[in-house]
Design a binder for this molecule. Structure first.
Ligand code: 5GP
Length: 199
């Protein structure tokens, strides 16, 4: 059985990566999304074990000590990490697995799993990103500027990703990621069995 592929998706706050991932999974229902652990507070409507495993700082520390994370990082005062065992289980079952994580964690995954496919989702422009952040009802201009500053530091890491997808129209961004996954599957290194047959 073909092993699943690990897909890292990152992008700044306000770029709509959650929406892109959700729409991608509607089109590709066999893909799985990894559920991270976080120390941040639960937001209204969130369910423990669905969006995240909401854990205490102590539990998070313990998970680090037990080497349970594939990667972990700090993001605006909270900690986030990808539990490794469930990801490897899904990959072994032949499932493609998406990690929707910030860039520091993205880099760790690229180092530890060189065969991971990495996609950075960018806004059409910084101006549009600012407009989207302001349009979220987050009218506190200081917060918007802080997020834009954070986005700048994330864009600095973007050149280390394999692909950059612009989220202008949602449908196009999703199609672009599907195209990436299709092209990756067609790479010669994944098609050796076809060539062996002829030799
Ligand atoms: P939020 O708190 O808004 O759900 O997520 C904040 C940021 O943390 C987002 O950029 C999200 O992609 C990222 N994130 C979520 N889970 C993980 C994780 O397990 N590891 C890392 N490194 N980042 C994560």
């Amino acid at each position: 059985m073909r092993k699943g592929r690990l897909i890292v998706i990152s992008g700044p706050s306000g770029v709509g990566k959650g929406t892109v991932v959700k729409a991608l999974m509607e089109r590709e229902p066999e893909i799985r999304l990894s559920v991270s652990a976080t120390t941040r507070d639960m937001r209204p409507g969130e369910i423990d074990g669905v969006q995240y495993y909401f854990v205490s700082h102590e539990t998070f520390e313990q998970m680090i000590a037990e080497d349970s994370f594939l990667e972990h990082a700090q993001y605006v005062g909270n900690r986030y990490g990808t539990p490794e065992a469930p990801v490897d289980r899904m990959l072994a079952e032949g499932r493609d697995v998406i990690l929707e994580i910030e860039v520091q964690g993205g880099l760790q995954v690229m180092q530890r799993r060189p065969d991971a496919i990495s996609v950075f989702i960018a806004a059409p422009s910084f101006k549009v990103l600012g407009e989207r952040l302001r349009g979220r009802g987050d009218t506190d201009e200081e917060k918007v500027l802080m997020r834009l500053q954070q986005a700048r530091t994330e864009y600095l890491v973007a050149p280390q990703y394999h692909y950059i997808v612009i989220n202008d129209r949602l449908e196009d961004a999703v199609s672009d990621i599907q195209a990436i996954l299709r092209a990756e599957a067609l790479k010669t290194e994944h098609q050796q069995h076809l060539l062996k047959e002829a030799l």
